[in-house]
Design a protein. Structure first.
Length: 174
């Protein structure tokens, strides 16, 4: 689904050689960071922030935790559980949005968008997606229509480039 240009979506993406900027596109708004889940997981129940162990997830988590301090927030977009608080204890699972039909993904996206709307405010929050198109498309489109500012800093980068960008951004904040 293509997002109309009239929506509040930041289409700018860094290039692989572009360094993260200290000037955040969300300005004075509170960043609410949304990190996609990952296939690589621990083999036992644990808080969601610790369950996913891929390099990309760990880099996304470090960046999300850094930019959401002191008054922002971050959540995990889980194919099985929808919107997850990082502290929520979950057991390992094997489900992705790729396994779902289009209508199932749309229902998932509407559910995640509703959960975010219950926890956020479009007049003061910016949603920062650290997730691929399948995990952000329905959610971002729905929330942009509701007036949210949507930021997609990793859009257009390959996985290795995403990890590099996130690591650079994290180091720049330290």
């Amino acid at each position: 689904m293509k997002t109309p240009d009239a929506m509040a979506i930041d289409h700018t993406s860094p290039t692989a050689s572009q360094k993260p900027s200290a000037n955040h596109p969300w300005g004075a708004r509170r960043p609410v960071v949304l990190v996609a889940c990952a296939a690589s997981k621990l083999d036992h129940p644990t808080p969601a922030r610790d369950l996913y162990i891929s390099t990309l997830f760990r880099a996304s988590r470090a960046y999300a935790e850094a930019i959401s301090k002191p008054n922002g927030a971050w959540f995990i977009l889980s194919a099985k559980h929808g919107l997850l608080e990082p502290e929520t204890v979950v057991a390992p699972y094997n489900q992705t949005l790729r396994d779902m039909s289009r209508s199932e993904r749309e229902r998932w996206g509407v559910g995640v968008a509703a959960a975010l709307q219950a926890r956020t405010d479009p007049t003061r929050d910016a949603l920062v997606f650290l997730a691929g198109m399948m995990y952000r498309d329905q959610v971002a489109t729905t929330l942009a229509r509701a007036g949210y500012q949507i930021v997609t800093p990793l859009q257009g980068l390959r996985i290795g480039e995403q990890v590099h960008w996130l690591q650079q951004a994290y180091q720049a904040m330290r």
